[in-house]
Design a protein around this ligand. Structure first.
Ligand SMILES: [Zn+2]
Length: 211
């Protein structure tokens, strides 16, 4: 049977593609984290040595490293391959699925992002927008910041005439605890350029969203 240290080293190798420079520190943090999860299991009233939860600290560590893979990249780099196209009408990419982690409760939130822009001579690949959304979602987040980061990345790389992002998310921290509203979804928007200035453009966007 592998020791914790071996298992953790393999996890770090998978995540970083090579052993990170501060590997010793990361292994130590991982061990402390697993110890913390073990204590949490006990605190909640269960037996951390029980068969079903015995390996849970390791599994939670592994899952968290996956939830936060976005920290390994600068998501706006996905947009940097651009094409010159003289198209100055709305481009809308709808229903981009995302999974993120609420930074206040470490509970998942997930849903769809809708990203619309009016190019200013430059467009990016449609699938790249999805990758960029993933890169910002896979971090400790709040939905409001996620929405703004998506808009900012598009503005920075493409400098579009207008930019509108709508994110609809379901927050697990509102379902199983606190107010327990399992049916509610949260909608956040970020509006820039002509979408902010021109109500007709915004109407056009909304009618595309309704289809
Ligand atoms: Zn929360």
């Amino acid at each position: 049977m592998s020791t914790n240290k071996e298992l953790i080293s393999k996890l770090l190798l998978d995540r970083f593609g090579k052993m990170p420079e501060s590997a010793d520190e990361k292994i130590k943090q991982s061990e402390q984290y697993m110890e913390g999860i073990k204590n949490l299991i006990a605190l909640c009233g269960d037996d951390p040595e029980r068969e079903g939860v015995e390996e849970t600290p390791y599994r939670v560590l592994k899952a968290f490293l996956e939830y936060t893979e976005g920290y390994l990249e600068d998501p706006k780099e996905h947009l940097e391959k651009t094409f010159d196209v003289a198209h100055n009408e709305i481009v809308l990419v709808k229903d981009i699925e995302f999974y993120s982690m609420c930074e206040h409760h470490f509970a998942p939130f997930f849903g769809h992002a809708h990203v619309a822009y009016i190019p200013n001579g430059k467009i990016t690949g449609l699938s790249k927008i999805g990758r960029m959304v993933d890169g910002y979602a896979k971090r400790f987040q709040v939905q409001e910041r996620l929405t703004n980061q998506i808009a900012d990345a598009m503005i920075e790389v493409l400098n579009p005439l207008g930019m509108m992002v709508v994110v609809e998310g379901k927050h697990m921290c509102m379902c199983g605890r606190g107010v327990k509203k399992s049916e509610s979804t949260t909608t956040t928007t970020s509006t820039r350029g002509v979408f902010a200035d021109d109500p007709m453009r915004r109407m056009e966007f909304l009618s595309l969203m309704d289809r």
